[in-house]
Design a protein around this ligand. Structure first.
Ligand code: GLU
Length: 304
């Protein structure tokens, strides 16, 4: 498979989409990111990474961080997690309060905001220093040893995160948050503010393409069963309300974020990360989704 050639073709293919999506503005610090960025890195499980465009530039990974907090929670908290969070697609906005109300404070899945906030709560209860532990986990997974939170983005989220405060208070009211609301949200806003490049993200995802074994570290970080579950959740809940459309077009487990990043894996073959800040109406990167569709179409390889 000539991934090098396929990636080199992408920027030209994606150019016509420029200006057709919208950069997220509801977090003011994200609104300043230039719309015309495009980067992508693909790392094969048997060695070799291929990159194109702005693949070394760090961006706000936002909800992509939910894959890593879930991985940590699954390995540290075990099955207890699933008594407090569901595993079904939500079919609602990622920050819906209505659904949480009629489901009595049990979020549908760990990738909507309410679910990710419960995961943060569990990490606060199980880790000695959750923010640093999470940051270090990403550093080790990606090999980017100066990866850090973007404090400006975290502050911007806290200042405008009224709906997340509402969700956290609602969870607390239903007994599904054990720690202080402000502490939980501080961790949540910081995880969303983590800044990584496509090449760092693709590296950090390779263990999800190789049954839990990190290629870079040469060791197992998750069991094959945990990897199966995380990938199943990405496929069914990872791309907002467009999971069906995304599976139809791309055919890979994936997780997106409002910073314009998308990560995806083809188990046994590769992990890939793409970044383009303009979003489609469902909140997924417009050019990012198109690039992944192009990749699986020209290679004729997907999980299906
Ligand atoms: N920090 C964002 C929020 O809670 C995450 C959004 C996302 O990427 O889905 O609104």
């Amino acid at each position: 498979m000539d991934f090098e050639k396929i990636l080199q073709e992408l920027p030209a293919q994606m150019r016509e989409l420029c200006g057709k999506g919208r950069v997220a503005t509801y977090i003011p610090a994200l609104a300043r990111v230039p719309a015309n960025k495009f980067g992508m890195t693909l790392c094969r499980v048997d060695g070799g990474c291929y990159s194109v465009g702005d693949s070394e530039e760090r961006f706000s990974i936002q909800s992509i961080s939910k894959v890593f907090t879930l991985s940590l929670a699954m390995s540290r908290c075990g099955e207890a997690l699933w008594r407090r969070v569901g595993r079904e697609p939500s079919g609602n906005r990622f920050n819906s309060l209505v659904q949480l109300e009629y489901e009595k404070g049990i979020p549908r899945n760990p990738f909507i905001n309410a679910g990710a906030i419960v995961v943060c709560d569990m990490l606060l209860s199980h880790l000695s220093n959750p923010k640093q532990n999470l940051r270090d986990y990403l550093r080790v997974l990606s090999g980017g040893f100066d990866i850090d939170f973007d404090e400006e983005v975290a502050r911007s989220e806290a200042e405008t995160g009224f709906i997340n405060y509402a969700l956290a208070n609602f969870l607390k009211g239903h007994g599904n948050l054990h720690n202080d609301v402000d502490e939980v949200l501080d961790l949540y806003f910081h995880q969303c503010s983590l800044a990584l490049s496509c090449s760092e993200l693709a590296q950090a995802m390779t263990h999800l393409a190789s049954a839990g074994v990190s290629k870079r570290l040469g060791e197992a970080l998750l069991t094959p069963a945990e990897v199966k579950r995380i990938n199943a959740l990405m496929l069914t809940c990872g791309t907002y309300d467009a999971v069906g459309e995304f599976a139809y077009r791309v055919g890979l487990p994936a997780k997106s974020g409002v910073g314009g990043g998308i990560v995806a894996v083809l188990p046994g073959e590769y992990a890939v990360a793409v970044w383009s800040p303009e979003l489609d109406p469902s909140g997924n990167s417009l050019a990012g989704g198109a690039a992944l569709e192009y990749l699986t179409t020209v290679t004729q390889r997907s999980i299906f």
